[in-house]
Design a binder for this molecule. Structure first.
Ligand code: SF4
Ligand code: MG
Length: 332
């Protein structure tokens, strides 16, 4: 299965008043048609930044792509001009953001916005575009699409607005869809509905889906593959099965413990002690060491090999990956 999208050894820096921040450092992943890759991590881990780089939205200061490749069907988008890069994304790779209310224009109807989005990229009469806009809303199961198209964003519920955003992302029939925390702003029931919708659409169209999330519960339900990010690095990469059966990185284990479990009502979820590192001063050695229950002296001095490969094509950036992975139940 040839990857649709391949990110290889990507590094992104930002110039800040406190110095240069390496927001993404050596990230690699790939997505094939019909599969879902979840990119997981706390805020500031580099998961959103890496997606903005894929979309061609980071070619201007203060951002800088320091190295790496972003290949769509084998073509490195970073060798194109920023304009060409964004043109590829406009047609083949689409992105859905967390906050649908700020992404939609409040002064225009939803129909107007979908129609304009279509006409900006495709030769279409206004009438054709309007008909297509209704189809798109139907596709994302907005009830009564023919009428709703005349409504303004504020007349939609949060969940319905997110459906409109998904419709807009699908306007160009993208082959890859990147959804950045698409349900974070919504209540739990609606979250589940939107995730189901995304999975259905992905299966119908055989798209590659990249789901950016901090929620391991969502990962369990929809992902095929998982990339866990910490301090701009991929710390664990494996199939969803392997991650949940026996995570090979202590940070992944900590994330798993933070999933609320229905069978342990009232137990409260365990929050990972400490905070993610300040990006201007990432700890030496393994960046996770101040929060890691497995840490030993070597962790404070030597960075773990970035892609320590375990059996079955899984990777963990931890000095003690083998030990961690064997400790199935016993989490520290
Ligand atoms: Fe913990 Fe050390 Fe592994 Fe880092 S390398 S995750 S500090 S055990
Ligand atoms: Mg984010």
């Amino acid at each position: 299965n040839i990857p649709l999208l391949e990110v290889e050894d990507l590094a992104v820096e930002f110039a800040t008043p406190d110095g240069v921040v390496r927001a993404v450092d050596g990230l690699s992943y790939s997505v094939t048609a019909g599969r879902t890759l979840a990119i997981v991590g706390e805020s500031g881990s580099g998961k959103s930044v890496s997606s903005l780089a894929v979309m061609g939205l980071l070619q201007i200061p203060p951002a800088r792509i320091v190295r790496g490749a972003i290949r769509f069907k084998g073509e490195d988008l970073l060798t194109l001009s920023p304009k060409e890069h964004r043109a590829v994304c406009g047609t083949h790779i689409a992105m859905v953001f967390q906050d649908a209310l700020t992404a939609l224009n409040p002064v225009h109807t939803v129909g107007w916005q979908l129609t304009e989005a279509l006409r900006a990229r495709r030769k279409m009469s206004r009438r054709e575009a309007a008909a297509r806009a209704v189809e798109l809303l139907d596709m994302v199961k907005v009830p009564n699409a023919k009428e709703r198209i005349k409504d303004y964003p504020h007349q939609f519920s949060g969940g319905m607005r997110q459906r409109v955003m998904i419709a807009s992302a699908l306007a160009m029939d993208p082959e890859v869809l990147i959804a950045d925390e698409p349900t974070t702003a919504l209540d739990v029931t609606v979250q589940a509905q939107i995730m189901t919708l995304l999975s259905e659409i992905q299966a119908e169209r055989d798209m590659g889906l990249i789901l950016i999330t901090h929620d391991m519960g969502v990962v369990a339900n929809v992902a095929d593959d998982v990339t866990v990010m910490y301090a701009g690095r991929a710390v664990e990469q494996a199939s969803v099965f392997d991650v949940f059966a026996s995570a090979a990185h202590p940070y992944t284990r900590a994330l798993l413990r933070s999933i609320p479990r229905l069978d342990q009502k009232g137990a409260g979820l365990e929050v990972i002690p400490g905070r993610p590192p300040d990006p201007t001063s990432v700890p030496a050695g393994c960046p996770f060491h101040p929060r890691c229950g497995y840490a030993e002296d070597v962790c404070r001095s030597d960075p773990p090999p970035p892609q320590h490969t375990l059996r079955y094509d899984r990777r963990s950036a931890c000095h003690f990956a083998e030990r961690v992975v064997q400790e199935r139940g016993g989490v520290r």
